[in-house]
Design a protein around this ligand. Sequence first.
Ligand SMILES: Cc1cc2nc3c(=O)[nH]c(=O)nc-3n(C[C@H](O)[C@H](O)[C@H](O)COP(=O)(O)O)c2cc1C
Length: 156
Amino acid sequence: MTHTAANPMKAIILFDSKTAGGSTEHLIDSIGLELAKTGAYVEKARCKTTGDYSFIKDFDVVIMGAPIYYLLVSSNLLGALLQSNLKKYLTGKKVALFLTCGSPELMANLLYLPQLKLNLVDNTILAEKIFAPDQLSDRTIIEKFVRELNESFRQK
Ligand SMILES: Cc1cc2nc3c(=O)[nH]c(=O)nc-3n(C[C@H](O)[C@H](O)[C@H](O)COP(=O)(O)O)c2cc1C
């Protein structure tokens, strides 16, 4: 299907964070605004381990993002992937991933991203990014993530 102004890409950002209004939520708002500038329709929803994720049927792209706490992806997003119907409704979906954390990118790529990717082996991953603390408000880096997501969406 061609996504035009009349038929925009619909993206949902599923996120988790223990910090209300924290760095992850600010980043999500920046990513959402940047994506909306490209014409996409964007919503965000906070994850719950036992939530009902049937609503993601209505979206073309599912963007998942969370911080790392004590070496693990924040528990509601990881828990939702392991225990709820999220994985069922992710079948055939295009996804994008990002994490916020304090570790160096190499360590985060090795230790943290696989926690999500192991649950998404059948999905097309459009973009993935570890956001270090100094990148959370970096417009250039956020724009690059959104551009990569958009370009991959059109190609795949
Ligand atoms: C209690 C706590 C534990 C953390 N543990 C880790 C960790 O194990 N590895 C890491 O890279 N960053 C860790 N961090 C850093 C957070 O992942 C990072 O600051 C993130 O941006 C916090 O997001 P938030 O503001 O939405 O809570 C930790 C932060 C907190 C507060």
